[in-house]
Design a protein around this ligand. Structure first.
Ligand code: GDP
Length: 288
């Protein structure tokens, strides 16, 4: 489900997260491993006001593993702990409690030194729509709690979910808006399905995707869509990119009368397959 973000929504989303920050010790910032920067909220540092933070690169099952490792190093250089997770199957999820404890170790050690009995670590998941917040909450809880597709502004009673013995997680995530200012960011988000085709045109999104993928993942792309290896595929040649989109359309039977390719239908089909991981794993941006 797509949220149309207006200034009022942003203000309310921000206020809601800042209210929740008062209740918690640590934030789990969820980003998409295929586009770690483009899937971050542009004001995240300001909004979190220095709260300790663990960065989770979700949907790592769909991303290029080598590029994800580069991102992990990138975030480390920035002073953050970030690691890949696949919330849909649970891969990597079991490491989250230990990482949260590590992040708060100093604080916990101080409490112990003062003779206090450390209470459970309280955590909040934040991220842009469709990044997998509800899926991760359900995974951590070990049962179905969070309804997927929550909207900002729709509040229900908040509850703490116990995760193991030492972590408590707020059952409603903080929903933040994505970046809008850069058109390329919009396209990248749209390729992953974080922005729907009603907002950006399907043909433009598919064009962007094909241009990128034939540049970086030509063999995988060619194999998926059964293209001849001699197919011209210069990413900077628009005619060649459109010809590839048409070839994909013909392969998938997206035709209109007269045998011409229905480019819009071809684009939707292509995007659906990419999002479902049918071409294999790919990342849409790399840090270096
Ligand atoms: P939310 O809007 O952030 O709460 O996102 P959801 O939890 O509703 O997830 C959005 C979509 O992404 C759903 O179709 C999930 O099944 C899917 N999803 C979530 N996590 C993963 C993951 O790690 N890998 C894959 N392949 N899909 C995921």
């Amino acid at each position: 489900m797509t949220i149309q973000w207006f200034p009022g929504h942003m203000t309310r989303a921000r206020r809601q997260i800042q209210e929740k920050l008062k209740l918690i010790d640590v934030v789990i910032e969820l980003i998409d491993a295929r586009l770690p920067l483009s899937s971050r909220n542009p004001m995240i540092d300001e909004i979190l006001q220095g709260k300790p933070r663990l960065i989770i690169m979700n949907k790592a099952d769909l991303a290029d593993a080598a590029v994800t490792r580069e991102w992990q190093n990138y975030f480390k250089e920035q002073g953050h702990t970030a690691f890949p997770v696949d919330a849909s199957t649970g891969t990597g999820v079991k490491d989250i409690p230990g990482q949260l404890k590590l992040l708060l170790k100093e604080k916990i050690d101080k409490q112990i030194a003062k003779g206090m009995n450390p209470r459970a670590i309280r955590a909040l998941i934040v991220g842009i729509p469709n990044v997998g917040k509800s899926t991760l909450i359900n995974r951590l809880a070990g049962r179905s709690i969070a309804a997927t597709g929550d909207r900002p502004g729709v509040t229900k009673g908040q509850q703490w979910i116990k995760v193991g013995g030492e972590i408590e997680l707020l059952d409603t995530p903080g929903i933040l808006w994505p970046k809008f200012e850069d058109q390329n960011v919009g396209y990248k988000l749209a390729v992953t399905g974080a922005i729907k085709e009603e907002i950006l045109n399907a043909e433009d999104i598919a064009f962007f995707a094909v241009k990128y993928l034939v540049g970086y993942y030509w063999d995988a792309f060619r194999e998926r869509f059964e293209l001849d290896e001699n197919t011209p595929h210069n990413p900077d040649d628009s005619d060649e990119i459109v010809a590839i989109m048409e070839a994909v359309g013909r392969k998938r039977g997206c035709l209109v009368s007269g045998g011409r390719v229905d480019l819009e239908k071809a684009s939707r089909t292509l995007l659906r397959e990419l999002r479902a991981g049918k071409m294999g794993r790919f990342s849409l941006e790399s840090p270096y």
